[in-house]
Design a protein around this ligand. Structure first.
Ligand SMILES: [Zn+2]
Length: 150
């Protein structure tokens, strides 16, 4: 089962093109106007990062074997998964060089997607750190509990 974010297309109130207003006072990537959305997309980066990690656990890859593109969020998910799979198989590369691999025609969209990828990368690193902290605490607890049972 794939994890689609089910995010309906948000249309810029100025130019009417789709994008994800994932933070307050974000500029539309297409027309550069500041967008005052109602905030329903502010959790997008977190959800995107979780979805990526869920896929990795289920399929061994960030991008699931089949991925349907029906909304702009699906495209963003596609770019994200493809990039992070690329970075796994090319550990010497960074997000900036992965952007060349994605090969955007539109410079504005490329900037916007790169911003999202950097935020996802930060979030993913934080989650990994917490994960290893959790297993460290578990190990310590097991040692302590082991001592008590002896
Ligand atoms: Zn716009």
């Amino acid at each position: 089962m794939t994890y689609h974010l089910q995010t309906p297309d948000y249309l810029c109130s100025n130019c009417k093109r789709a994008f994800i207003p994932f933070k307050k006072d974000i500029r539309c990537p297409w027309c550069n106007e500041i967008e005052n959305s109602s905030g329903e997309y502010y959790g997008f980066i977190n959800e995107l990062t979780y979805s990526m990690r869920v896929h990795k656990r289920m399929y061994g890859k960030y991008r699931p074997p089949a991925w349907l593109l029906s909304s702009y969020a699906d495209y963003i998910q596609e770019y994200t998964y493809t990039t992070f799979d690329y970075l796994v198989s090319n550990p010497d590369k960074d997000i900036e060089s992965a952007m060349k691999f994605l090969n955007f025609d539109d410079e504005k969209e490329s900037c916007y997607v790169q911003k999202i990828l950097c935020l996802v990368n930060e979030k993913d690193k934080k989650l990994s750190k917490n994960g290893s902290l959790r297993s460290f605490i578990k190990k310590c607890l097991n040692i302590i509990l082991g001592r008590f049972s002896n």
